[in-house]
Design a protein around this ligand. Structure first.
Ligand code: HEC
Ligand code: HEC
Ligand code: HEC
Ligand code: HEC
Ligand code: HEC
Ligand code: HEC
Ligand code: HEC
Length: 397
């Protein structure tokens, strides 16, 4: 007979052996939690084990942060003591308010509350702006006020009416196709025979995650977990081996602007796929040879002589895993890797250190033609500035 402590240790020991034996029966594949996109996906959490560095930088970069549930701590920093009201006029106001169950945008007419909706989802990394949405059943709607980083204040969301309170702009699957990794939708016929799309709230995978860019990777994860000695990547698209068009398409799926209509579910796009099978030009909003700077780096770049006369791709200048925002010298190095020498006139040379400014002169900031915003009590419209990806000679710079 075992007594006291010894007996406890014996029982614990047996229990541990049983747990160990049971866990051996579970294959590596069984341990991966289900993913809303389907059986072939493993989810970003399962990449951390073997790709710790990339995973760590990813949570702080613009793709990782392109959408997510509202973080009240982060939001609290944007809500200042005195400046949370947007007044359309004397009578009509929207206020950002903290209440017991979260943050809300509250509409007032003559001081009387007429509408109140909660901050549920945030869009944008905040580099330029945050805009927000609230759930109403299985639909998402954009909140009327957005926070603009440049002016560090709340203002009317881009494209919203200048003199009326508007809480009813739907956030469609289209926004989420560029700003998130997945949402499942269900088409429903309405009484007027129109087709309405319901978003299935629980299936939203926010942020642009690893598998959104790299394609479904469950087989890759399982193989490498079971074969830790294998150092060569298996069952995953290898970017290096893609053609130039395939590389451009992998970014172009979200960086070709807002004037395209999808002809196939864009969430199914994987590296190596041909983007022409996913999009058709929407001629109603097509801006022809004069693409808008907003979200359309692909067309802008393709119009540049650099692009036409070299094998340049987006990756020539961007490492999407890193966050090098604002470091113009890093980008100037990329220019100089192809342009060791440049023929500048005496007039240009007289403008001082060229090296630090390649970008400002040849890829100047430009105002989006489609997006602008209005600040409170101010009829002026502020421009929304973006980096022109049409690399060229801009005599005014
Ligand atoms: C059990 C380890 C393991 C896990 C988990 C894992 N990988 Fe890998 N992965 C590897 C190994 C090994 C390589 C090859 C060496 C390297 O590039 O680091 C690799 C390489 C890659 C590559 C580079 C392919 C190329 O172009 O060379 C990508 C992309 C990748 N993995 C994506 C993922 C994603 C996405 C996940 C999560 C869904 C993931 N991996 C999870 C082991 C793993
Ligand atoms: C699933 C859609 C999607 C794909 C695929 C995608 N992007 Fe993006 N990208 C976005 C969105 C959305 C933003 C804006 C994020 C924000 O600021 O909220 C963005 C922002 C960026 C930025 C600016 C922020 C920064 O990190 O400096 C760069 C550069 C960029 N993308 C490059 C690329 C390149 C290169 C590729 C291809 C390898 C790519 N993207 C693929 C959607 C995508
Ligand atoms: C916006 C798209 C995008 C996202 C999101 C993304 N990657 Fe990548 N990744 C790329 C591209 C493009 C390359 C190829 C870089 C090259 O060849 O210049 C790459 C390369 C890699 C490589 C090869 C080694 C390296 O670092 O270049 C690994 C491993 C990898 N990615 C893992 C991941 C993991 C893990 C995640 C999620 C934490 C992730 N990636 C998220 C676009 C992305
Ligand atoms: C075709 C892809 C695409 C669609 C659709 C799209 N966006 Fe974007 N969005 C981008 C890209 C790319 C950027 C990065 C900056 C740029 O190029 O304008 C961006 C930038 C943003 C930003 C600023 C982020 C920052 O901090 O810099 C917000 C906010 C935003 N989008 C919200 C939305 C909302 C809301 C919708 C739907 C009404 C939407 N987007 C639809 C691709 C898209
Ligand atoms: C010749 C270099 C170069 C190439 C090639 C290039 N970019 Fe950029 N990109 C830049 C520079 C420089 C910036 C400004 C970075 C900053 O402000 O920190 C930038 C900024 C961006 C931004 C942020 C938007 C903004 O206006 O701040 C996005 C999104 C982006 N690039 C996407 C792309 C995509 C997608 C491709 C391929 C179609 C691409 N870039 C190709 C140099 C390049
Ligand atoms: C992958 C190589 C490559 C990169 C990177 C590159 N360029 Fe170029 N660029 C070229 C080539 C090739 C030409 C055409 C030269 C010729 O025809 O003599 C060119 C032409 C130009 C021109 C003349 C355009 C015109 O309209 O006459 C300018 C200006 C220029 N590049 C600036 C830049 C700047 C600034 C950068 C960095 C943001 C850059 N390039 C990055 C390859 C590149
Ligand atoms: C002060 C603005 C300015 C700066 C800074 C600047 N450029 Fe230029 N660049 C110009 C102008 C203007 C021209 C047209 C020729 C001229 O008038 O000097 C030009 C012409 C060029 C050309 C075409 C002529 C040729 O050499 O084939 C290239 C390439 C070029 N620049 C690359 C660069 C690179 C790379 C940098 C950064 C090291 C840079 N430029 C910095 C304004 C500038």
């Amino acid at each position: 007979m075992l007594k006291g402590n010894k007996r406890v240790i014996f029982i614990l020991g047996v229990m541990m052996l049983v747990i160990l034996a049971l866990s051996r029966c579970m294959t590596e594949a069984d341990k991966i939690p289900p993913d809303a996109r389907g059986e072939n996906y493993a989810g970003a959490a399962s990449c951390v084990k073997c790709h710790a560095d990339v995973s760590k930088s990813f949570v702080h970069n613009a793709h990782g942060l392109s959408s997510g549930s509202v973080d009240n701590k982060k939001l609290a920093k944007l809500v200042t003591a005195d400046d949370n009201t947007f007044a359309f006029n004397e009578r009509l106001k929207i206020k950002v308010e903290r209440r017991d169950s979260g943050f809300y945008q509250v509409g007032y007419i003559d001081g009387k509350q007429v509408r109140v909706e909660r901050f549920d989802i945030a869009f944008g990394s905040g580099e330029k702006a945050f805009t927000y949405a609230y759930w109403k059943g299985n639909k998402l709607f954009q909140l009327p006020l957005s926070h603009f980083s440049e002016i560090n204040t709340w203002a009317n969301s881009p494209g919203f009416p200048a003199n009326a309170m508007y809480f009813d702009r739907p956030i469609t699957k289209r926004c989420l196709q560029c700003h998130s990794s997945f949402i499942k939708t269900e088409a429903k016929e309405t009484t007027s025979l129109a087709i309405e799309e319901d978003l299935q709230k629980g299936t939203l995978i926010s942020g642009i995650d690893c598998e959104r860019c790299h394609g479904p990777a469950k087989e890759h994860v399982v193989f490498h977990l079971e074969n830790p000695e294998e150092k060569k990547p298996k069952f995953i698209a290898i970017y290096k081996t893609l053609s130039r068009k395939q590389k451009m398409d992998a970014c172009g799926v979200c960086h070709s602007g807002n004037t395209l209509t999808s002809i196939q579910d864009v969430f199914n796009f994987k590296p190596g796929d041909n983007l022409d099978n996913f999009y058709a030009q929407d001629f109603v909003s097509f801006s022809g040879d004069n693409p808008d700077v907003h979200g359309n780096q692909t067309a802008m770049l393709k119009g540049s002589i650099c692009y036409q006369k070299s094998e340049m791709t987006c990756q020539s200048c961007h490492n999407t895993h890193e966050n090098v925002k604002g470091n113009m010298l890093v980008y100037a190095q990329k220019c100089m890797s192809c342009h060791q020498t440049q023929k500048h006139s005496a007039k240009t040379l007289a403008k001082g250190t060229l090296k630090a400014n390649c970008i400002n002169c040849h890829m100047p900031m430009q105002a989006s033609k489609l997006i602008s915003f209005q600040t409170a009590g101010n009829k002026n419209i502020n421009p929304y500035l973006l980096r022109s990806h049409h690399i060229g000679i801009y005599p005014d710079q």
